[in-house]
Ligand binder design. Structure first.
Ligand SMILES: [Zn+2]
Length: 405
């Protein structure tokens, strides 16, 4: 039996975790009052009722919350606070390694550049890391330490109203093709991410592509991803959340994705649009095999998928079951702790209950999370960290009599 208590005790990762979707509601209310941002409710329960719900009508409905979180995150103080609190919340449920992602350009304006934004988030996360790692258990080596990486997100599409920075881009390039503007924004972010990582030694470990998938192809971002690829930065791409296998194929071939966010429609050869692909079934099978063999890790966000994919009515129908049968490398993630009202523990518990997850499946998935993380240190350090995590996991399993090891 996999219990909540057991899940909370084992070391976990969260590799797909959006900063702006994971702000504490109390903090959102405080910051909104401080920065004069109007909220539809000023109590946590009011916000849960009106914006940050358990069930959403559509992806559009799901995304409404970001219209309130992004405007309060326009200062270094706010970014630092939210990053710090997020890391503390993750630590409190036993997550030992997280990768926090966000789109820096959503927080940039005339008084706040990419360096300021990234440094503020890094310092908030680092403060939480230092606090956690100063405990006797971690210092003595009895417990593995906490660590983190930062992933920057380019957006598949953005509108002028998304942020002052994006508004400026639209204004100065108002005669350009929108796809050129998306491409330019991504390229600028790619250069910024590499330069800031190298100049200040910040743990900027990955580059991501987020935002609306339908109608906004990966092709606009090939130059930016080629740039980060050539500068030894890891890549993860939101794909297969609204589109089928071709979108996942593009993420891997055109954008060099090391991991895929969601990949929900991985097996849906019927979603392939007529065109160059002669045999959709063979194409999909080859893609599935390639992903499995190369250990391209799929970042699974069950609650988020339930909330944004209308066709998915019950968790029992989630493709994770098939991914596990096919021995894909998968890892449990929250996507947005506040918007999805979830935690890694909740995600795993749901999988255990609805998908009949075995202790071995759970162990594999958790260890893949650590192994396939974009750990911000040398390969040798990563290996010894993973070793420490596995030993600790085994110890908890013995304590709960989950294994005969
Ligand atoms: Zn996401």
């Amino acid at each position: 039996m996999i219990t909540r208590e057991f899940i909370e005790r084992v070391p976990k990762t969260d590799l797909h975790l959006h900063l702006d979707g994971s702000i504490r509601l109390g903090t959102l209310i405080e910051l909104a009052s401080q920065y004069n941002v109007d909220l539809p409710a000023t109590t946590e329960s009011g916000l849960r009722e009106k914006v940050f719900k358990d069930n959403y009508e559509s992806l559009k409905d799901y995304l409404k919350g970001f219209a309130y979180t992004v405007p309060v995150l326009q200062s270094e103080v706010a970014l630092h606070r939210v990053a710090y609190e997020l890391a503390r919340d993750c630590q409190a449920e036993g997550n030992r390694y997280i990768e926090v992602r966000f789109a820096p350009q959503l927080h940039m304006h005339r008084h706040l550049n990419a360096e300021n934004v990234l440094k503020a988030v890094h310092k908030g996360l680092d403060k939480a890391k230092q606090e956690f790692n100063s405990s006797d258990e971690v210092k003595s080596g009895d417990e593995p330490p906490f660590d983190y990486g930062i992933i920057v997100c380019a957006l598949r599409m953005f509108k002028a109203g998304f942020s002052e920075h994006y508004g400026d881009l639209w204004r100065v390039h108002r005669h350009s093709d929108p796809h050129r503007i998306y491409s330019m924004a991504s390229m600028e972010l790619a250069r910024a991410a590499v330069q800031i990582r190298d100049r200040y030694g910040l743990p900027i470990v990955g580059f991501d592509l987020a935002g609306e998938e339908a109608g906004f192809p990966a092709a606009d971002h090939t130059e930016a991803f080629a740039y980060v690829h050539k500068h030894f930065m890891n890549k993860t791409v939101h794909a297969g959340e609204a589109y089928g296998p071709e979108s996942i194929f593009q993420a891997i071939t055109d954008l060099h994705a090391d991991r895929i966010g969601h990949a929900y429609f991985l097996y849906r050869d019927d979603m392939i649009e007529a065109g160059e692909i002669e045999d959709p079934q063979a194409y999909t099978e080859a893609l599935v095999e390639y992903i499995a063999d190369r250990r391209i890790t799929l970042e699974i966000c069950l609650t988020s998928n339930m909330q944004t994919i209308p066709a998915l009515r019950k968790l029992e129908d989630h493709t994770l079951t098939r991914m596990l049968t096919q021995r894909q490398s998968t890892t449990f993630c929250t996507d947005n702790r506040t918007v999805s009202n979830t935690t890694v523990t909740d995600e795993i518990l749901k999988a255990t209950e609805a998908l009949d997850l075995s202790p071995q499946d759970l162990r594999n998935s958790i260890i893949y999370g650590f192994k396939r993380s974009f750990f911000p240190d040398t390969y040798n350090k990563k290996r010894s960290y993973v070793r420490q995590i596995i030993d600790y996991y085994d110890k908890i399993e013995r304590e709960f009599e989950m294994s005969d090891k």
